[in-house]
Ligand binder design. Sequence first.
Ligand code: PLP
Length: 335
Amino acid sequence: MPLDHVPRVPLAHLPTPLEPLERLTLALGGPKLFVKRDDCTGLAFGGNKTRKLEFLVAEALTRGADTLITTGGVQSNHVRQTAAAAARLGLGCELVLSRAVPWDAPDYEETGNPQLDRLLGARVHILDAGSDREAAMLELAEAVRGRGGRPYVIPLGGSNVTGALGYVACARELVAQADAIGLAVDGVVLAASSGGTQAGLLAGIQTLGRRVRVIGIDVDADPAGTRERVRALLPPLSERLGIADGVSPDEVEVEGGFAGDAYGLPTAAMAAAVTRLARLEGLLLDPVYTGKAMAGLIALIAGGAFRPSETVVFLHTGGTPALFAYRTALADRAP
Ligand SMILES: *Cc1c(COP(=O)(O)O)cnc(C)c1O
């Protein structure tokens, strides 16, 4: 097992469920759709960052850190899960949030994720759009050192090689679950942004010698940038895992056209997908990531990207606390 000797702190409820989306499959006429419920990782409303944090926090503890520092947008899910991990382990937590999303909704900085960041005891620093978040994190790290502490800085989205190991583990978990019920997975579709989730999945599938398409739906309104971030993580990740024959950069599939005008800005297709899944499956998606990814999956299916006989897993990466911050963009009345 390539991960057996890597330090890991258990934070997530694992394995997360793999569930059929029967009514959506019927409505779309196939392929056979399943959802991998990484919104149920369990740490302070869960999400994909919890798997990354199992490895990142272990590295922080190995290095003797007493304070976690990270960054994201105001409604960052990564930041919220980092705040929860810090609380759970008795570490300090400093968060650099940037007003990167031009979405002017009531309570945007007070409800959803930032409300939870504060509740979890993190110190929240909100910067204006265009501010240098890296510099702000380094400044906070200096301040922590100045008062005798030991900071550990986690990059945006937890997307370095260590964080991506969480999704190497997830790929192995998913394949084992599918094997156990005799399911051959042809494709996995997920929201892609900082790239660690997709890179980890690709490398994890590679460690098993399987062939499964992994399709990232860009939510940054920058598919080339997102694709490049996934690609850049693959060689160092393969090296860390000791995979001789790593994933080829040509295998990185990132689809654009579903993010709308910018990261975090609602789209009509997102709102339709969030509403559709809520009412068809009782499944809550989020407005920033999984709603746009589901809109992408539905459009790919309409465009014939999969045969009706194929099996496709939608990775639900979480993000649901942001539903409250985006309530004005979503249907709040029965049809
Ligand atoms: C961070 C995040 C993603 C994207 O994962 P990356 O590893 O950054 O590409 C997808 N969905 C949700 C809900 C997230 O919070």
